[in-house]
Design a protein around this ligand. Structure first.
Ligand code: AMP
Ligand code: MN
Ligand code: MN
Ligand code: MN
Length: 269
């Protein structure tokens, strides 16, 4: 089966690999279609694109947009015109809003007696800041052994550092992607199955579903394939790679059945 990865992160958001390192990791796993989809930024795309081109790896410019509707309700956009000024203004305002959220998270942690400063967190972010950088700062200070544990103890709902999601609505996220000439895909829908609204998303312009995702069960993939068929959406595969130290997925690349691979090639190139 072909191997693809349309969902990866670099140091331009909360991944621990540079854009080049992510491409190298993808090549090592035999990935045949690759996209860098950093949170609310396309600033790492040119660097990974340059290396991908040199190595003859099929490359798709990408981005992952967060929404205020849920902590995990995210949309990836592909083949966006990264020079589109309105789209870049949109991304910039998302990144600024993220900074405000992170400052609130830090203030709440400080109130709870945790010794963490804005400097500890903001110094870790080169471009887009995320709560993963707070988790890394907590880990560095000995408050947690990993990002996962830091989230569980301090950052998830019910914990002292929880601040609700910010940003645009799901429909607005899809519309921004479409207006910039991109294809809009619902990312890791299995993480937010209580918040599905496919009719509304399709009406807004949704193009695809990230059916193949590490945390999706076989039953989840089957259900999503059914929905893709019903709404005329294409299926993608994404690992959500954040670097081997950065997250739950240890390496990029997922198998995508040949019929979906061929359809993807058609849509993206
Ligand atoms: P934010 O975009 O600021 O809401 O931060 C969310 C990011 O933190 C995600 O993109 C993941 O990289 C990471 N993350 C979210 N939940 C967890 C978790 N439970 N364990 C580890 N990392 C997580
Ligand atoms: Mn992330
Ligand atoms: Mn996501
Ligand atoms: Mn992601």
């Amino acid at each position: 089966m072909p191997v693809v990865d349309l969902h990866t992160h670099s140091t331009f958001s909360d991944g621990t690999c540079t854009p080049e390192e992510v491409v190298h990791a993808a090549l090592k796993r035999g990935v045949q279609i690759f996209s860098l989809t950093d949170h609310d930024t396309t600033n790492g795309v040119a660097r990974s694109a340059a290396l991908a081109q040199e190595r003859k790896l099929r490359f798709v410019p990408g981005v992952e947009i967060s929404t205020r509707d849920h902590d995990h309700l995210h949309f990836t956009g592909y083949n966006i015109d990264v020079t589109n000024p309105e789209f870049q203004t949109f991304l910039t305002s998302n990144r600024i809003a993220r900074q405000g959220r992170i400052k609130k998270v830090i203030a709440q942690l400080q109130t709870a007696g945790i010794e963490i400063s804005e400097e500890d967190v903001f110094s870790r972010a080169a471009n887009t800041i995320s709560r993963a950088h707070v988790a890394d700062a907590l880990r560095a200070k000995g408050y947690a052994p990993s990002r996962q544990v830091a989230f569980r103890k301090y950052l998830l709902e019910g914990q002292p550092g929880y601040v609700p999601a910010i940003g645009v609505s799901a429909v607005e996220a899809i519309k921004h992607i479409k207006k910039a000439g991109g294809l809009a895909v619902i990312a890791h829908p299995g993480l937010v199955s209580n918040h599905w609204d496919f009719p509304t998303w399709v009406e807004a312009g949704l193009d695809g579903i990230e059916v193949f995702y590490p945390a999706h069960s076989f039953a989840m993939r089957q259900e999503l394939l059914y929905l893709a068929d019903r709404y005329g959406l294409f299926a993608t595969a994404g690992s959500d790679f954040h670097g081997s130290k950065g997250g739950r997925t240890l390496a990029p690349g997922l198998q995508l059945p040949k019929n979906h691979f061929d359809r993807l090639l058609n849509k993206l190139f």
